[in-house]
Design a protein around this ligand. Structure first.
Ligand code: HEC
Ligand code: HEC
Length: 345
């Protein structure tokens, strides 16, 4: 081989070594970063790892697909219920609620606030046995329960646009919930029920000191200016929930008030004692409010009626006044001994 050829071969070898070096380097870089890009692009969100309580439930972040629009409509109905479904909405065929309350007035932060009848996971809690009807009930029936009682209105058609939107919104609130729907903060926080009757005078005094600034001394709240609905909802009177509503029961109302009122209170930072919440709930629910039609047909099995349901008949002989104002312990005791039933509300 001539010197020239040898040199040429050496350069080729050098070139090859250099090239393979670069290739190896590129390969290393590729494999190093490959996993990362792969993961961010294709990682499947593990829904079990997202805390259902702190997930993002802002409908604003939804896209414009048909499904998302339905969820957004459900949210709208939930917040501005009176504007869409109330008696002053200008469309008689769609006036399903009898008052101008909003779902959001009781299920705070669009149903996401713990211990305010929170609706995160609610879909997985249904179908559910309901003592009121003594049968298994669907989510649609439960929503209509609030339509007929809390909203003092008529049931929504189960296949109508509005019911479908409510259910779609609740499905969306359910997306990170465990299968059994048991999420911390569902329902209400139990209070220690005082072993005495409600003190109505204390209740009134507390109401004037701690609640009247928003709900008004006459309990009628403050209506919105431009739309049907309330800035501060009424707590009694014609435009309030009817006597068949969960909130009309002293124990349920006390549990709601304890961790949610005055507005801003939470489970972690309540502003009232259990005794105060109890007296307030009793005071509010002694005021006039709409009567539910045919309340005597509620609870085909009377034993399943919550002890603080304010209207008869009952499966016991305690006076109506005691079911409205307590003391509830003797009634609860009676159900335990007579029927072996443990009552909490
Ligand atoms: C005046 C207060 C109030 C208003 C307004 C209200 N609700 Fe309720 N809602 C309650 C109470 C109280 C309960 C729980 C009753 C019980 O524990 O028996 C409840 C329960 C529910 C449940 C079942 C929750 C669960 O975890 O099982 C759903 C679903 C529901 N409401 C939907 C609605 C919708 C939709 C609206 C509006 C159309 C609405 N509610 C308006 C007070 C209200
Ligand atoms: C700072 C204003 C404010 C104060 C003070 C306040 N609330 Fe409320 N309350 C509200 C608002 C606002 C809502 C509706 C929540 C929503 O729509 O986000 C509400 C809802 C309610 C509800 C359920 C809705 C209804 O119409 O029945 C009850 C019951 C209630 N409050 C009772 C009380 C009691 C009892 C007190 C006094 C301990 C109190 N509130 C103090 C602002 C207030």
């Amino acid at each position: 081989m001539t010197y020239k050829l040898l040199r040429k071969k050496r350069t080729t070898v050098q070139l090859l070594i250099g090239l393979s070096f670069i290739v190896v380097l590129l390969l290393i870089v590729f494999f190093l970063f490959k996993n990362e890009t792969f993961e961010t692009d294709y990682v499947k969100i593990d829904k079990n790892k997202i805390d259902p309580l702190t997930a993002d439930y802002d409908t604003f972040h939804l896209d414009d697909s048909r499904k998302s629009k339905q969820i957004k409509y459900g949210y709208e109905l939930f917040i501005n219920t009176a504007e869409y479904l109330g008696p002053k909405n200008g469309k008689r065929e769609r006036s399903f609620s009898g008052n101008n309350l909003a779902c959001n007035n009781c299920h705070l932060n669009a149903g996401t606030k713990p211990y305010s009848g929170m609706l995160i996971g609610v879909i997985n809690r249904f179908p559910q046995f309901r003592g009121r009807e003594n049968k298994i009930g669907t989510i649609e029936e439960r929503i209509n329960g609030c339509m007929e009682r809390s909203m003092n209105g008529k049931p929504l058609p189960p296949n109508g646009e509005e019911m479908k939107a409510f259910v779609a919104y609740m499905h969306w609130l359910n997306q990170f919930a465990p299968e059994d729907g048991k999420v911390k903060g569902a329902g209400y926080a139990r209070i220690k029920i005082p072993n005495r009757a409600v003190d109505l005078q204390k209740g009134e005094k507390l109401f004037l000191n701690k609640c009247a600034s928003c709900h008004g001394e006459d309990g009628q709240g403050i209506a919105l200016q431009d739309y049907p609905g309330y800035l501060y909802p009424p707590l009694w009177g014609e435009d309030s929930y009817n006597i068949g509503a969960g909130m009309a029961r002293v124990i349920t109302a006390a549990e709601f008030i304890k961790t949610n009122m005055p507005y801003g209170a939470t489970y972690e930072k309540p502003e009232l004692t259990d005794e105060e919440a109890y007296d307030l709930a009793g005071y509010i629910n002694q005021q006039d409010r709409p009567i539910k039609t045919n309340p005597e047909f509620d609870f085909p099995d009377l034993k399943k009626k919550p002890v603080s349901t304010p209207y008869p008949p009952y499966a016991d002989t305690f006076p109506v006044s005691q079911h409205q104002l307590g003391p509830f312990q003797p009634i609860m005791e009676f159900y335990k001994e007579e029927y072996g039933m443990k009552k909490t509300k």
